[in-house]
Design a protein around this ligand. Structure first.
Ligand code: FAD
Length: 471
């Protein structure tokens, strides 16, 4: 892995010939620094690339990949850099290939309900454009305003609406991919069905840049839901909150579009950051935030009545309803800005991401609480209650130095991840493995891990595509 070729003047000249001088960032340390990290943990997980290139087409990507392959130079695809697993950090240097200029929405096809986009489209730009024509892109994560579609596909991003609509992968119906040998191949497309041979689209979903680089993405669209209603319910503890999740679905005979939870500590931190006070925040141990969608006011009213009854009977201290945008925004602000709220108190707090079967949430939460006491570390937690995806964010105690904290927080999050896997879950539900969780992947996926490595060597025999990630 460490015998990679180096980027020299000859390589830089070749790159400039491919993308033009302005598309190559070289020797300018300040500019290169932007391509050295994601949101995983700033300087502690950063590594400088030797060069960064901003591509504009599949053809340019292909030429760069061919060059990298022949010179055995590592190549790291980069989206918006909002990742939380170090996936786009060029840990072996080499070339960072940024798709930031490939930001065209190529087509919104209303007949087939398909969007065709370049990988550098900001997710929210697509959401807004399709909403303008009465359509909905449901695969977006909560980082919708910053992340790119390509990064979402590469991490198989999730969000609050996975229970109803599935994660990003559920909405990817086709990909144009530049493979490690420079070949440009189209998998899937606008067609909705295809049982002619292996499905090659989905092995690329969640591949974190290790198998190829997406240059075009075909996405499933659906009709824009008419109306939404949000219910906020404080509970004395997490167990009583989670016991309502299944009932909310069964009794309303419909899938909520979101059932989020946030623990009492997170609400206290978020309330300061967002300058809002939630009801019962001094007493509640956990909150559920439930969203239903309906076609019209009548349907919405039925849903919030049923949902409200379920929550009240299930131990909610009260139920607050928001059926207009302004009130809904107030309820969602603390959950949506959860990470920012925690980081405003501790910029060193890393974000964990584990998934368990939903009914195991109380068990993993108890484990997190035990770890918090053992290590004398505060751990605010929020997550997607409906799909079992939990985000613990351990906060650095004042007396520990940042570098000691890097190791200690990895230990804490590693234990939580292993526990999640032991409960029938996985070490990541949506952020991916990057390089930060690769040891945990090895420990928890055994047979699958060997198969994954075989797939990797089939697509990338020389190991130049985002080396050091996943494996
Ligand atoms: C405040 C905040 C909230 C977040 N909320 C969520 C959330 O709700 N759900 C969630 O899932 N994540 C969330 N994230 C994490 C992050 O936004 C997602 O992982 C996102 O999908 C990353 O997209 P990106 O464009 O920033 O990709 P990057 O971080 O740049 O890259 C991520 C991975 O994708 C690969 N990649 C990027 N582009 C391509 C391409 N064209 N071809 C092949 N590989 C490529 C990279 O090599 C890397 O491995 C959050 C992050 C923050 C900071």
């Amino acid at each position: 892995m460490d015998n990679f070729g180096k980027v020299d003047e000859k390589i830089v000249k070749a790159l400039r010939n491919i993308v033009g001088t302005s598309g190559v960032v070289y020797e300018d340390r300040t500019a290169l620094e932007n391509y050295s990290h994601d949101e995983a943990g700033g300087e502690y997980y950063a590594h400088m690339p030797e060069v960064a290139v901003k591509v504009e087409s599949a053809d340019q990507i292909s030429k760069i990949v061919k060059l990298a392959n022949s010179e055995h130079i590592p190549i790291t695809p980069r989206g918006a850099g909002s990742g939380l697993a170090g996936g786009d950090v060029p840990i072996y240097g080499g070339i960072v290939l940024s798709v930031e200029k490939m930001n065209k929405i190529i087509e919104i096809d209303r007949n087939n309900l398909v969007a065709v986009v370049e990988p550098g489209v900001v997710t929210n730009d697509l959401c807004k454009k399709v909403a303008d024509v009465g359509l909905y892109y449901a695969g977006y994560p909560m980082s919708v305003e910053t992340s790119f579609i390509g990064g979402n596909v590469a991490t198989n991003a999730g969000g609050s609406k996975v229970i109803k609509y599935g994660n990003t992968g559920h909405h990817v119906i086709g990909l144009e991919v530049v493979l490690a040998n420079g070949q440009i191949v189209e998998f899937g497309g606008k067609r909705r069905k295809d049982s002619s041979g292996y499905d090659f689209v989905h092995p690329f979903v969640g591949s974190e840049g290790t198998l190829g680089i997406f240059s075009k993405i075909y996405l499933n669209l659906i009709p824009l839901p008419g109306k939404t209603v949000d219910l906020l319910a404080p509970f004395k503890d997490i167990e009583s909150a989670i016991s309502n999740v299944g009932k909310l679905m069964i009794e309303s005979k419909t899938l909520p579009s979101a059932v989020e939870f946030i623990d009492g500590l997170s609400v206290k931190l978020g309330s300061v950051y967002n300058n809002i006070k939630l009801p019962f925040q001094d007493d509640a141990g956990a909150y559920l935030l439930v969203q239903y969608e309906g076609r019209n006011k009548g349907e919405i009213e039925d849903l919030y009545e049923i949902g409200g009854k379920v929550l009240t009977n299930g131990g909610a201290m009260d139920v607050f309803i928001a059926d207009n945008r302004t009130n809904s925004e107030k309820l969602w602000r603390i959950r949506r800005n959860w990470l920012e709220g925690v980081k405003s108190f501790d910029p060193y707090a890393p974000t964990g991401d584990v998934v368990v079967p939903t009914d195991k949430i109380p068990e993993i939460m108890q484990y997190i609480s035990d770890i918090s006491k053992d290590y004398k570390v505060q751990i605010p937690v929020a997550g997607h209650a409906a799909d079992g995806n939990i985000h613990p964010a351990p906060m650095k105690p004042k007396e520990i130095s940042p570098i000691e904290w890097k190791n200690l927080s990895e230990e804490v999050l590693g234990k939580i991840a292993l526990k999640a896997a032991a409960l029938g879950g996985a070490i990541s539900g949506e952020h991916g493995v990057g390089f930060i969780k690769k040891e945990l992947l090895k420990q928890t996926k055994s047979d699958q891990y060997i198969l994954m490595k075989k797939v990797k060597s089939l697509f990338d025999p020389n190991g130049i595509m985002n080396p050091g990630k996943l494996f």
